[in-house]
Design a protein around this ligand. Structure first.
Ligand code: ACM
Length: 270
């Protein structure tokens, strides 16, 4: 069954969550046909990325059922889509760099990023729960956030847990992410949906960050189904059949998930 995926590439203004959310709503709902099965938004899509103090993180953090949940829930009601997007989530003892998957009034999953990138390590709690795979009307959906991609184990865990499509909210700054995700998709034979942002942040005397856009949907055979530009907001839309990711058979006698040799790989671990 074909499904429609919308990917939002925005350019948020730091510390202006209401304005950033409103812009996304305008752009998604302004399409001639806003309906979709899955909508993916970037990491920290409404808060902005480059925090300068823990106080700032605390100030922009929200509970799981806060304004971002209500925004995603409302957008889900209006589009019929499962929606995934990133936000700073208030947890006991601090704030995570998190993502929510929302369908109507239901919180399908909340995820706290387990591989924090660079300056994030000053500000966020490291996630301690496994990467989630949730049931959706179009099959199992996995979640990971940005830098998680560089740990092959992350997407492998999601694929081994049955994910056919992986939503990947991102704030990519490293240039090799978009190409790297092609191999990740091939080696797990899953669809990956990366929503990145564009723009520049330079806050608190820190080194400037330029976000590289290139939001994309990659197919299980490594095809670039759609990719956005590197320097402008964009809305991508594509139709895919998640079932194409079900079989891991690449030749008549080679199902590469069945052929794994974990007992031998384990000997490489410390
Ligand atoms: C990143 O994980 N935001 C690079």
């Amino acid at each position: 069954m074909n499904i429609t995926i919308t990917v939002v590439q925005n350019s948020p203004e730091f510390g202006q969550p209401e304005k950033n959310r409103a812009e996304i709503a305008r752009s998604v709902l302004g399409q001639s046909d806003p309906s979709a099965d899955l909508i993916v938004l970037p990491e920290l899509f409404a808060s902005g990325y480059q925090f300068d103090s823990r106080a700032e993180v605390e100030d922009l953090a929200e509970p799981e059922d806060g304004p971002t949940f209500r925004f995603l829930s409302d957008l889900s009601d209006r589009t019929g889509a499962v929606i995934v997007g990133g936000l700073p989530i208030r947890r006991s003892g601090g704030v995570s760099n998190g993502a929510l998957a929302v369908y109507g009034k239901t919180l399908l999953a909340s995820y706290d990023k387990i591989h924090l990138f660079d300056e994030e390590r000053e500000f966020f709690l490291e996630g301690v729960r496994p990467l989630p795979v949730v049931a959706t009307p179009f099959g199992p959906l996995g979640l990971m956030i940005c830098f998680d991609w560089l740990f092959p184990e992350a997407l492998r865990s999601l694929a081994l847990s049955g994910a056919l499509v992986v939503a990947h909210p991102s704030n990519w700054v490293l240039p090799f992410g978009p190409q790297g995700m092609i191999l990740r998709s091939v080696e797990n034979r899953v669809f990956t949906v990366t929503a990145n942002r564009v723009g520049r942040e330079e806050r608190g005397g820190r080194a400037p960050l330029t976000f590289i856009g290139q939001s994309q949907i990659i197919g299980p055979r490594g095809d670039i189904i759609v990719r956005a530009p590197s320097d402008a907001p964009a809305l991508l839309r594509a139709r895919i059949d998640p079932e194409e990711a079900r079989s891991k058979k690449v030749a008549s006698r080679s199902d590469f998930f069945e052929q794994r040799r974990p007992e031998l790989y384990l000997s490489l671990l410390p």
